[in-house]
Design a protein around this ligand. Structure first.
Ligand SMILES: Cc1cc2nc3c(=O)[nH]c(=O)nc-3n(C[C@H](O)[C@H](O)[C@H](O)COP(=O)(O)OP(=O)(O)OC[C@H]3O[C@@H](n4cnc5c(N)ncnc54)[C@H](O)[C@@H]3O)c2cc1C
Length: 386
């Protein structure tokens, strides 16, 4: 066992810290108030080779691996959850389908500009009537004229409507097997394709700076070379990619909890009541002790899931556990952090208030925590069930 981060992960954290201090932290409150995603800052991140950490070098990435990615997420997520959430979706669920299942041509054409940060990526699975039940989607793709005709819509999609959005990877039903079960395909739909409409930005409780929209496909025709991987295998491909996404969301949640802890410690040390600093009161001390202990537990789960992924071991269950625990901790820690700040924690200008608003989605996105519990229980009980 070695609990030290590898040297390259420490270097990466340093690069991210310098970037976050200069380019993210000073502006995060403004982006949130204006509900605007800073594409120029995302592009600068690309210039520093930070937008393709999980992508091979030949396609514009740095192939840093999950451990380094998680270490970087701890820093970027602490600076601003909204910005980090957009970067999270771009780096994992938007890029990985192309990276893992795409053809050489698709990787050079679409993955490379995503990995270099010239463009940002989006991933469309969820629909108005199908969220947790991914296999229940209704968007269809019918083979026609040497390509595919898409019809349907997607809901709550991250990153599709910025001026640098390259397109969206969507899951669609392609037909039926002889036994009546449905077949699925994954497709890349470039921004601007006829029949592909990006809806207005959705206004949210938190993650204000992140772009979230509904997408509509209305007789949207794309050529056959826009099919990613194998027709018939789309659902499996998407579910595989979501496992990696969960490690990333878990790291985002960990960064939120760590940041809430640091803000709580700082406020408790500086704020005085009854002639002494809050840090003298045992009720405050215990909240801080619980937060710190749980942050360490979450970190262990997150880094273990990342290590398993990097070492090509099965990591689905570990990723689900990390996402479940870290996201629920993020909510507890944000709430305790606001409590320690008192009224100041409820004012929008305070960073802790932003963390409180940003925490809830972590229990919902990329598979709700009920679904994480289902995944964990299914694996444990599979061999036992009669
Ligand atoms: C800000 C934001 C960004 C998002 N970004 C993306 C994106 O980029 N791409 C994308 O495809 N999706 C995205 N989503 C969608 C997100 O993944 C879904 O919201 C999530 O999977 C839940 O689906 P749902 O909202 O339809 O809820 P539902 O599936 O309707 O669930 C409602 C409730 O029922 C519970 N429930 C459902 N089924 C079960 C069950 N079998 N057992 C126990 N409980 C159950 C759920 O846990 C939940 O509590 C985003 C959502 C938000 C809010």
């Amino acid at each position: 066992m070695d609990f030290d981060l590898p040297a390259e992960a420490i270097e990466l954290q340093k690069l991210c810290r310098d970037f976050a201090e200069k380019e993210i932290e000073p502006h995060a409150e403004t982006w949130s108030e204006e509900e605007r995603f800073p594409t120029d800052v995302f592009r600068k991140m690309g210039e520093l080779d930070l937008t393709g950490l999980l992508i091979a070098q030949e396609y514009g990435g740095t192939d840093a691996g999950y451990l380094s990615y998680v270490a970087a997420m701890e820093v970027i997520g602490a600076a601003d959850q909204s910005f980090a959430a957009a970067w999270n979706a771009h780096s994992t669920i938007a890029s990985l389908p192309l990276a893992v299942f795409g053809s050489e041509e698709q990787k050079h054409r679409w993955l490379a500009p995503l990995a270099r940060g010239e463009n940002i990526g989006a991933f469309g699975l969820t629909e108005a009537a199908a969220g947790s039940d991914a296999a229940g989607i209704r968007t269809t793709a019918r083979a026609e004229s040497g390509g595919w005709l898409l019809n349907g819509s997607k809901m709550f999609i991250t990153n599709p409507g910025t001026e640098i959005s390259l397109g969206v990877t969507v899951l669609a039903v392609t037909g039926h097997n002889s036994d009546g079960t449905r077949r699925f395909g994954t497709f890349f739909v470039p921004t601007g394709t006829e029949g592909y409409t990006v809806g207005r930005p959705l206004r949210k409780i938190g993650w204000h700076a992140m772009d979230t929209r509904e997408l509509v496909f209305s007789d949207c025709w794309i050529p056959d070379d826009h099919l990613i991987g194998e027709e018939g295998n789309g659902l499996r491909q998407v579910l595989d990619v979501l496992d990696g996404g969960r490690i990333s969301v878990a790291a985002l949640a960990l960064s939120l909890a760590q940041q809430a802890l640091e803000l709580a410690v700082a406020h408790a040390s500086q704020r005085e009541q009854f002639g002494r600093s809050l840090s003298n009161f045992q009720a405050v001390q215990h909240k801080i002790a619980d937060m710190a202990t749980e942050v360490e537990a979450a970190r262990a789960l997150v880094y273990r899931a990342a290590w398993l992924a990097d070492n090509h071991r099965p990591f689905g269950q570990a990723a689900a556990m990390a996402k479940l625990y870290a996201s629920e901790l993020a909510n507890r820690a944000a709430s305790a952090g606001v409590q320690i700040h008192g009224g100041y924690g409820y004012i929008r200008e305070s960073k802790i208030s932003r963390l409180y608003s940003d925490a809830k989605i972590l229990e919902i996105g990329e598979g709700t925590n009920e679904i994480q519990r289902n995944v964990i229980a299914r694996q444990l009980l599979r061999s036992q069930r009669r």
